[in-house]
Design a binder for this molecule. Structure first.
Ligand SMILES: C[S@@+](CC[C@H](N)C(=O)[O-])C[C@H]1O[C@@H](n2cnc3c(N)ncnc32)[C@H](O)[C@@H]1O
Length: 278
């Protein structure tokens, strides 16, 4: 591996503080990492050595860090459709000194280049909703997951209470202005947009409801065993950063929302831990 240039080092430091520039984004990332860690702890308790696949890893999500923290015997494969993202992820991994991380470029929509039952844990974080056809990919992920292994998915929660409230107010009171004020959609990061253009990959084209995802996973022998809220009630957005009172209210409500039934209704996105049972 070539030595890191000062510019590369600066870039990786920038990535690490990327989300700190916005309080709502920082909070969103912190919650997502905490939830992922909880699910990871739950499944890594069952293995001493483990093989992990992280599909659609982007420019290096928190998974290599988690694997290194949890065990020095974890073998991790980071994969993405984008060579640009994979290159950044591999250099970043080198910068951080992570061990046993391997990088594979592939379009998961065309089938996974791994043998049956190769992995103990598979992570698909913020990926399935970007696929035109998630069903064959879920089938293939299940194929390469070993019996009793775990799939961790991170998905948007389109039916969340906050989104419904905005739609209701817009429909009867504000005439679409609230939604326009951007409480609905976070603009894509520019690099992600470039990758999507380059590969003909897409935005959230398969934003299914919680129950639809559960049905798809269930039909493929994956049983949901734990649900975590992946973000706060309103997610991340510059508009939220400007509305300090709203953001403060959200922070105050957060601990209560963790105890609500149907948790997926009280967050912009959620994480599910699924176990392969057949
Ligand atoms: C929203 S990013 C998520 C990145 C990372 N997993 C995370 O949680 O921060 C979606 C990633 O999925 C990748 N992706 C999109 N379509 C893909 C496909 N068909 N095959 C493999 N990767 C894909 C994109 O290149 C991008 O890195």
């Amino acid at each position: 591996m070539n030595k890191l240039s000062p510019a590369e080092k600066d870039f990786f430091k920038y990535i690490d503080t990327f989300y700190v520039r916005s309080v709502s984004a920082g909070f969103h990332l912190w919650k997502k990492e905490k939830a992922t860690k909880n699910l990871f702890r739950e499944c890594t308790n069952n293995f001493k050595k483990f093989n992990i696949l992280d599909v659609g890893c982007g420019w290096g999500s928190g998974i290599p860090k988690l694997c290194n923290e949890l065990s020095d015997e974890a073998f991790l494969v980071e994969s993405d459709i984008s060579g640009q993202f994979l290159y950044t992820a591999s250099r970043r991994s080198y910068f951080k000194g992570y061990q046993n991380v391997h990088f594979v470029r592939q379009n998961i929509q065309n089938g996974l280049a791994f043998r049956n039952e190769s992995f103990d844990i598979i992570v698909a974080s913020a990926v399935l909703e970007h696929l035109m056809e998630p069903i064959p990919v879920i089938k293939d992920l299940t194929r390469v997951l070993r019996m009793g292994g775990y799939l961790i998915v991170h998905l948007p929660s389109p039916g969340n209470i906050f989104g419904r409230l905005i739609r209701l107010v817009d429909r009867y009171i504000s005439g679409g202005r609230l939604r326009w004020f951007a409480l609905e959609d976070t603009p894509p990061e520019s690099t992600l947009e470039e990758v999507f253009k380059e590969h003909g990959a897409l935005g959230h084209v398969s934003e299914l409801s919680y129950s639809e995802w559960l049905r798809l996973f269930g039909e493929n022998g994956l049983k949901a065993i734990r649900l975590e809220r992946g973000s706060g009630l309103v997610g991340e957005h510059p508009a939220i950063d400007r509305l300090y009172p709203l953001f403060a209210l959200v922070l105050l409500l957060e601990p209560l929302l963790e105890y609500m039934p149907y948790k997926y209704l009280f967050c912009r996105d959620f994480l599910l831990l699924l176990k392969k049972e057949r």
